[in-house]
Design a protein around this ligand. Structure first.
Ligand SMILES: C[S@@+](CC[C@H](N)C(=O)[O-])C[C@H]1O[C@@H](n2cnc3c(N)ncnc32)[C@H](O)[C@@H]1O
Length: 379
């Protein structure tokens, strides 16, 4: 089938961005597939994963004349992670459009893979994709977390199913010196926040003394901190996540961690103004889910960061994140500037960081850069 872009779709194509919306398409195919794309004059523009049901109708795979080879892209994604020499057995293997594989996310935890597949055009290739994965990795099981809302938008059914071997209730994931338990069946994302793996290593390199892990989930930051700090208090509003955090502490023989179920905003607000810490990890959920949330999110991020900066002793470190795509890097650092000013603290930026290297960022696809992470030191 051939898909024809309207002039506005062609302009978008010219910017280099891989997505074209339904309203910018002159002729749609009848069903999803990998199709040839043309402009209204009949010039070939490239190949795309196309779905007439989806608002993001065209996702360009290539601008060349040769039909792209999806399995070869998968092999390249796997090769790229080998090149990264990742310390541990748990990392992202495929990062969707940023690996040229729209809608496909694959995370590796130990000997297991957890997959999300939200692109109707790739759905018929699932068994070929599994064949490559089984050939490239020594695996015990592959789980399909095919329950994301994005599947409904693509007209795909929702299910969670074992695609290969057996997948247990819990998987032990190794990250540098730490092991933590992942819930592949029901945990957030595919079970863990692998995008912070490099930042966890960066913060634990400087961490010391009395530490906090705020928005800890199952304590992935906290476990790393507990290896090098005197004590770590983990704060999260999810009792289930904290129960797992406690199990993780035992798994790592760490007895210097405590776990507090609380709303982090209330907890920080109620904190004694004289109390001090040496290291704080602050990793809130996305506070701006949409552009219209930006003002409220700015205030919320500032409030959290301001309170954390006030809690730090001079010389102490704050590792602070925003995973909201809509909060730009510039806004994130302006917010931190405001927070430092209002906290009355001089604050040094040690590092401006982003998501882990196994979650690559592609210049032509700004959506691939979503995580902002600053490593700060109170002077
Ligand atoms: C981005 S995740 C944290 C990931 C974690 N730091 C890691 O590296 O694995 C955000 C966490 O914030 C928790 N959360 C959401 N709203 C909260 C609130 N108001 N107070 C405390 N925790 C909250 C969620 O339960 C979730 O575990």
């Amino acid at each position: 089938m051939t898909v024809v872009l309207a002039p506005r779709g062609k302009s978008r194509y010219d910017t280099g961005h891989p997505w074209v919306y339904k309203s910018d398409i002159a002729r749609l195919p009848e069903s999803a597939g990998i199709d040839d794309v043309q402009d209204i004059r009949g010039n070939h523009l490239g190949w795309a994963a196309v779905n007439p049901l989806s608002e993001i109708t065209v996702r360009f795979l290539s601008k060349g004349s040769v039909r792209p080879n999806i399995l070869q892209r998968l092999e390249r994604a796997i090769e790229f992670r080998r090149f990264l020499h990742i310390n541990g057995d748990s990392f992202r293997v495929v990062h969707s459009d940023a690996d040229g594989l729209p809608g496909l996310t694959i995370d590796k935890y130990g000997d297991y893979l957890v997959m999300q597949q939200n692109c109707a055009a790739l759905e018929p290739m699932l068994s070929d994709i599994l064949r490559v994965l089984k050939r490239e990795y020594k695996l015990r099981g592959i789980l399909g977390r095919f329950d994301a809302k994005a599947r409904a938008l693509e007209g795909l059914d929702s299910k969670v199913e074992v695609l290969y071997g057996e997948v247990p209730e819990w998987i032990d994931a190794h990250e540098a010196e730490i092991v933590y338990r992942v819930d592949p069946w029901g945990g957030q994302k595919t079970g863990a926040f692998l995008d912070q793996r490099d930042n966890r290593a960066a913060l634990s390199e400087v961490a010391f003394g009395r530490a906090l892990d705020i928005f800890s989930y199952h304590a992935s930051f906290g476990l790393h901190l507990a290896k090098v700090c005197d004590s770590v208090e983990c704060i999260d509003s999810s009792a289930a996540a904290l129960e797992r955090a406690e199990e993780n502490a035992q798994l790592n023989n760490l007895s210097n961690m405590i776990f507090t179920e609380a709303n982090a905003f209330d907890w920080l607000h109620a904190k004694d103004t004289k109390e001090r810490y040496h290291t704080i990890s602050l990793d809130p959920p996305a506070l701006a889910k949409a552009r219209r949330d930006l003002d409220g999110a700015y205030r919320a991020y500032k409030e959290l960061n301001l309170r954390c900066l006030k809690l730090l002793e001079p010389g102490g470190f704050l590792g602070t994140a925003s995973c909201s795509f809509h909060v730009s890097e510039a806004d994130f650092y302006t917010m931190l500037e405001d927070a430092a000013a209002d906290a009355g603290r001089m604050v040094r930026i040690l590092e401006r960081r982003s998501q882990a290297a196994c979650h690559p960022e592609v210049l032509n696809f700004p959506e691939s850069r979503y995580l902002k992470y600053a490593l700060l030191q109170v002077m």
